[in-house]
Write a protein that binds this ligand. Structure first.
Ligand code: HPA
Length: 251
């Protein structure tokens, strides 16, 4: 499958790609900036979620343009990375999570391709939003690195850009959430609407608000991402050839 990496906070093109070409893709939803490059011997697309220089906050990302552009470029599978807070003290910073479900607390985002403007009403199945084929490949690669990894995890998506209150973190955990971030939705939803395989490898960068004594700082998130970047990069590098060679008949 032709695949794309969507790099979240702390994942940089230089860590992963060689022979890079910048492309600007026009879509019905606006422009997207996609890189074409190689990881080892495999051609991949790369999209930096927050844009060059980490300038776009989570609610301002043009998720529809991004996913549409990747599909236009022939992408069939997307592996996304995500920096997340943990809702459980046992899921410590440095833990990888191969996400398998989500709870959506976003609002005001353009979160569907099925707007009804074409006179069609479409309800997309979302029972199991993340591709099992990709999840298994990522899990295998993480275990090979002997990285601390959780095979299952429910991602709570908040609107941000603020972090949560301690009460929200307690509530999200009671609802069944395991980790919290700000960008997973609508990305996965849009990929499902276009029939693309999509998986997220999340990295716990901090305990959620109130689970640790300190206030949350974006700098701390970046510091942990920097420390874990080599392992994350290796997980991606080792997954990419396997994804390129595989087929999925479920998504
Ligand atoms: N909350 C929301 N998003 C995040 C967090 C968090 O604690 N850490 C990294 N991204």
């Amino acid at each position: 499958m032709r695949l794309a990496i969507i790099g979240g906070t702390g994942v940089k093109r230089e860590q992963l790609l060689s022979e890079v070409k910048d492309k600007t893709i026009r879509t019905p939803f606006g422009e997207a900036h996609v890189l074409e490059g190689r990881v080892g011997a495999t051609d991949v697309l790369f999209l930096s979620r927050h844009g060059a220089g980490h300038k776009l906050p989570p609610h301002a990302i043009n998720y529809r343009a991004n996913i549409w552009a990747l599909r236009e470029m022939g992408c069939q599978a997307i592996v996304a990375t995500a920096a997340v807070g943990s809702l459980r003290t046992a899921w410590e910073p440095g833990t990888f999570v191969i996400v398998d479900s989500f709870l959506d607390f976003t609002h005001g985002r353009a979160s569907t391709f099925f707007t009804g403007e074409d006179g069609r009403v479409v309800h997309q199945d979302m029972t199991y939003p993340y591709c099992e084929t990709l999840r298994n490949i990522l899990l295998h690669a993480a275990r090979q690195q002997q990285a601390p990894v959780r095979e299952h995890g429910c991602y709570v998506c908040t609107n941000g850009p603020r972090y949560e209150t301690a009460a929200e973190v307690r509530a999200f955990a009671l609802l069944g959430g395991d980790i919290v971030g700000m960008t997973g939705i609508p990305e996965v939803v849009l990929a499902r609407e276009l029939g693309l395989c999509y998986a997220t490898v999340a990295l716990v960068t901090n305990l959620g608000a109130g689970l640790q004594p300190n206030r949350l700082m974006h700098q701390d998130v970046e510091t942990l991402m920097r420390q874990s970047a080599p392992v994350l990069t290796t997980i991606l590098e080792n997954s990419i050839p396997a994804i390129a060679q595989t087929e999925c008949h479920s998504c």
